[in-house]
Design a protein around this ligand. Structure first.
Ligand SMILES: [Mg+2]
Length: 192
């Protein structure tokens, strides 16, 4: 049997995987007088560079302030990859910890992803990393792509977990297969 014939169900994180916040994060950090590089924008790295209160405030602005929240583009390669998954009839779901689902959905709509790839039946909003695991298990997710190690650590019921590390910034800290692009992800899971 070919590998591609095994049932595959892909779980996807939204921020840092489907949506690219690199530039807004660099700009927002400047408001706090902190200059960061693209390599320092992954959340688990960036949060160590700002005071805790500033990081919390920055995240709120990034995800919930309409003046900022709709400025982040779709991650390069995500759209063709989602099209590829759809054409191959590989099921996928978005599981996000966003606190304001309406803003998240509006961003997906404005990006042309809502309706085309995501809809009420395959888009879920949860609170904690552990809740992602529960939802992934309920759906039967076999492969999960996230840009945070702590989330991947919590996804104990998902057999295949991948770190989306666009900039190769995690290095040795990462114990999961590192994925640098959407194309690499599809190749890694034998879909290209
Ligand atoms: Mg993320």
């Amino acid at each position: 049997m070919e590998k591609s014939m095994k049932p595959v169900y892909i779980g996807l994180d939204m921020d840092g995987v489907i949506i690219d916040h690199t530039l807004p994060k660099i700009r927002l950090a400047e408001r706090y007088g902190i200059t960061i590089t693209p390599e320092q924008t992954p959340s688990e790295i960036m949060k160590t560079l700002l005071p805790a209160e500033a990081w919390k405030e920055l995240q709120h602005t990034l995800y919930s302030d309409p003046a900022v929240a709709f400025a982040s583009p779709v991650m390069r390669g995500a759209r063709p990859a989602l099209r590829e998954l759809s054409e191959k009839r590989i099921p996928f779901a978005l599981i996000s910890r966003r606190k304001d689902p309406e803003i998240a959905k509006t961003l997906l709509k404005r990006s042309g992803l809502w309706g085309a790839f995501f809809h009420e039946e395959n888009t879920f909003f949860v609170s904690a990393p552990e809740d992602k695991n529960v939802r992934a298990r309920e759906l039967g997710v076999t492969h999960y792509l996230d840009d945070e190690l702590k989330v991947l650590d919590a996804l104990a019921q998902v057999p295949n977990r991948y770190l989306f590390d666009k900039y190769g910034a995690f290095g040795e800290r990462n114990t999961y297969p590192a994925i640098h692009s959407w194309q690499e992800f599809l190749m890694t899971i034998d879909l290209l």
